[in-house]
Design a protein around this ligand. Structure first.
Ligand SMILES: Cc1cc2nc3c(=O)[nH]c(=O)nc-3n(C[C@H](O)[C@H](O)[C@H](O)COP(=O)(O)OP(=O)(O)OC[C@H]3O[C@@H](n4cnc5c(N)ncnc54)[C@H](O)[C@@H]3O)c2cc1C
Length: 482
């Protein structure tokens, strides 16, 4: 069997690439492989207050049609200059054009173009943050609620074209060069299938971190060590983060001069309806099971007996001695020793003081004034995952960010007032995997292979992955030589 293009991964990067090729290069046949389950068949036990079971080896939060965009969750679409490394990668003009096309691609199915927030911030919010020595990065953000994400994914799933075949539960397991073509093997429900192709697009995201790295090593691609970050998520009452969440739904504050180690807020899940914490199970990608955190904003949850929670991540860039492989191994072995690779919680008071959390998880969860968004946790010394410098930087950064948020909200509260009403949950990680040396078409030099989205290790995000997918799709559709 021959197809012109094999796209691996049906997340935003792979979907944008496949549809760009099909729409532009009439008649070119595209096969889209997705290792995970179908669009509506991705339940997560953690979402239902149950324990993460790994979902039979394929985490439904990060795999399946839609990739990390999960049917039933909300999504923030953050436009440039969020993901500014893509501006360096593509150049300002091309990056701007790709960003607009990616946004169009994602939102075209919606009844109305979503409203963008996060720019033209008011003087009071700028003043509140400046008072703590901080500057807010302004960029446009659209918050898509749960219904909008369902509509978007349903439309992407429903896209039909004779030139496009989508195989779900089908995982790329091997690829080899055969002249100027590639022979790829997919493990499908019916058994292994071999396909010849002229172009291979790897849009494999987090589920594919190890397998993609191994595949590229087999092609003698030299990847680039990442700037790894490690951090935590702070969860508190939605009311506390509501005002700032309305002002800037994806608040990103970088702190460099103020602290020993560079930190940044990450994946802000505030807004009037707060947000939820998700578990992302990397399975055995790193040798033993590892579960890390993510979050998503919600717009449609109803409150239960207690007020809703909201959260945001705070990451610290690591500058530990050793190669990135050694540092990653150190982080992971500390995490396995701490909790067997499962997320843990500490009260803000215990995390700040670097003391053991005296309470069990049920006791800690019952003590806060809001309903924690996940139930599958235990208490442990999360602070022990960080060096002294990293911990001090996280605490100082948190004080400044939360101090500014409270000042802006005008609630007359201090960070100390929240010490027993914030859960610190972690770990959160960014870029545990290498960066891939792709060109401005997201292509590897001398190979008919493209790497887009999270797998490329350049910039994370839904719009950012779709931008890279569109760029690769353009190059393939326009028949650029290998
Ligand atoms: C819970 C959560 C919430 C997030 N919220 C936001 C948000 O609000 N806004 C934002 O901008 N970003 C968010 N992100 C990050 C964002 O979703 C990712 O950066 C983005 O989805 C990356 O897109 P991608 O196409 O590169 O990869 P992914 O979305 O990860 O998709 C990759 C797909 O490839 C498949 N795959 C992997 N290996 C193979 C293989 N060998 N064969 C076949 N298929 C394979 C996987 O199963 C997966 O479905 C969130 C991430 C998570 C986990």
């Amino acid at each position: 069997m021959f197809v012109d293009v094999v796209v691996v991964g049906a997340g935003p990067g792979g979907l944008a690439c496949a549809q760009t090729v099909v729409r532009q290069a009439l008649g070119r046949r595209v096969l889209l492989l997705e290792a995970g389950r179908g669009l509506r068949n991705r339940p997560c036990p953690v979402d239902r207050g149950l324990r993460c079971t790994g979902c039979a080896g394929i985490c439904n939060v990060i795999s399946g049609f839609g990739g990390c965009m999960h049917y039933g969750d909300g999504v923030k679409l953050s436009l440039l200059p969020s993901g500014r490394r893509l501006i360096d990668h593509f150049g300002e003009e091309r990056a701007g054009e790709l960003c607009e096309r990616a946004f169009q691609f994602l939102t075209a199915p919606l009844a109305e173009r979503p409203v963008l927030h996060g720019t033209s911030l008011g003087a009071p919010v700028i003043k509140a943050f400046a008072g703590n020595g901080l500057a807010i990065r302004e960029y446009p953000v659209a918050v898509l609620g749960e219904t909008q994400v369902r509509d978007m994914l349903t439309a992407l799933h429903g896209f039909r074209d004779d030139a496009l075949a989508v195989w779900e539960k089908s995982e790329l397991v091997a690829a080899s060069l055969n002249g100027d073509r590639l022979t790829v093997t997919a493990a499908t429900p019916g058994g292994p299938v071999t396909v010849e192709t002229a172009h291979l697009v790897l849009a494999t995201g987090r589920h594919g971190v190890t397998s993609t790295q191994n595949l590229l090593t087999g092609f003698r691609v030299e990847t680039i060590a990442p700037d790894m970050s490690l951090g935590v998520r702070f969860e508190t009452r939605a009311e506390v983060l509501a005002a700032i969440g309305v002002e800037h739904p994806d608040l990103k504050i970088t702190q460099l001069e103020q602290v020993d180690r560079k930190t940044k807020t990450f994946c802000f899940c505030g807004g009037p309806n707060g947000g939820r914490i998700k578990f992302t199970n990397y399975q055995r990608s790193f040798g033993r099971e590892v579960i890390t955190l993510d979050g998503h904003e919600t717009t449609e949850r109803g409150p239960g007996a207690r007020p809703l929670a909201a959260n945001f991540g705070l990451l610290c860039q690591l500058a530990r001695p050793g190669t990135s492989t050694e540092v990653r191994a150190e982080i992971l072995s500390d995490y396995w020793r701490l909790s067997g690779g499962r997320p843990v919680a500490q009260s803000l008071r215990a995390f700040m003081a670097r003391t053991a959390e005296p309470r069990s998880w049920p006791e800690l969860a019952a003590a806060v004034t809001f309903e924690p968004s996940v139930k599958d946790l235990s208490t442990a010394r999360l602070d022990n995952l960080f060096t002294g410098g990293e911990h001090a930087s996280l605490i100082e950064s948190f004080r400044r960010v939360m101090g500014s948020i409270l000042d802006h909200a005008g609630a007359g509260m201090s960070v100390e007032d929240l010490a027993d009403d914030v859960l610190v949950i972690g770990p959160e990680v960014e870029f545990l995997w290498d960066r891939v040396p792709v060109d401005e078409d997201c292509k590897l030099s001398g190979l008919p292979i493209f790497v887009v989205g999270d797998a490329a290790g350049i910039a994370q995000g839904v719009v950012q992955a779709a931008m890279m997918g569109v760029a690769a799709g353009d190059a393939i559709a326009n028949g650029k030589p290998a």
